[in-house]
Design a protein around this ligand. Structure first.
Ligand SMILES: [Zn+2]
Length: 125
């Protein structure tokens, strides 16, 4: 059976094979968790808020959406070169600056090592 939550892809910049484990959107299990959490919260605070406690579904839903998006954003950034496709779509200059900063902070990144090896081959030949 194919697991659709693990998506194989390549980094658009350094071509490193990647495996994304998070999606941007909530899945069926997440919605079930939201319903169960809302039911538990409503049950626990019923003497205090009565049926108004049901409105906590919006807060719980928003929390799920935000955390899912944060996990996705953290997951989609390449660990080898620091390339972030989400930023690339919004602003190319920001994405470029992020990659430059990432490579400055990680001088032993496999991407820089590959480039150095390539340069040595070019010099020696
Ligand atoms: Zn990359």
């Amino acid at each position: 059976m194919k697991n659709t939550s693990n998506r194989d892809c390549f980094c658009a910049l350094c071509r490193t094979p990647r495996k994304l484990s998070y999606t941007r959107h909530l899945n069926g299990l997440n919605y079930l968790q939201i319903v169960l959490l809302t039911a538990a919260f409503t049950w626990a605070t019923f003497p205090l808020f009565q049926f108004k406690a049901l409105s906590s579904v919006f807060v719980i839903w928003a929390t799920f959406e935000i955390s899912k998006k944060l996990l996705y954003r953290k997951d989609i950034k390449c660990k080898v070169c620091g390339f972030d496709p989400t930023w690339y779509r919004k602003d190319v200059r920001v994405a470029r600056r992020q990659v430059e900063n990432f490579l400055k902070e990680n001088p032993d990144s496999p991407m820089l090592r590959a480039k150095k090896t390539l340069n040595n081959v070019e010099i020696s030949s």
